[in-house]
Design a protein around this ligand. Sequence first.
Ligand code: COA
Length: 155
Amino acid sequence: MSELSKTAIFSFPASYVIDLRWRELRQGMPIETAHFEGDELKTTKHYGLVYPYPPYETSELASCVTFMLNEHEGKQAWQLRGMVTEKQYQGKGFGRMLLASTTKNLADKSGIRLFWCNARKVAIKFYEKQGWAVVGPEFDIKDAGLHCVMSYEQK
Ligand SMILES: CC(C)(COP(=O)(O)OP(=O)(O)OC[C@H]1O[C@@H](n2cnc3c(N)ncnc32)[C@H](O)[C@@H]1OP(=O)(O)O)[C@@H](O)C(=O)NCCC(=O)NCCS
């Protein structure tokens, strides 16, 4: 059985995704830096992929992503934030599965099909493989490196 078939995706409160975000996106920084403004808003959605599933004593959050409702180029849109796969699980398709499933689910539920993010330059290929496109020039975010704005229209 493939590892992907031993996963499940759930909606979680913000508190569940902070630790994974902190370890993979804010290494060496205080944990407070893994909290994002807007995390606690009712309109903000946090999702996580759990592996292995059904639950076992070693089950854990392997991948997570957050969507915040705001605008992109004057249109209502979901901003993707905190897309992370735990280091030991990277390259297994977990991120792709989480991203594809959550954008579809969120677009179908909300009717808002436009997504955007400030993508780390090192992760651009990952988003491109899921159909996202770079829509702006590179810019630097202090302590987080080079980024580009990317967007995606969920069919
Ligand atoms: C970027 C990240 C979320 C990808 O998650 P993942 O679970 O490892 O990705 P997947 O295994 O689902 O990969 C899906 C596809 O994207 C490719 N891919 C994933 N990360 C990539 C990267 N950094 N560069 C190039 N290709 C990448 C995979 O090779 C795979 O390709 P395939 O479809 O041809 O097999 C993960 O590497 C990560 O957490 N990185 C550190 C944090 C980070 O930079 N997050 C992004 C912030 S904008």
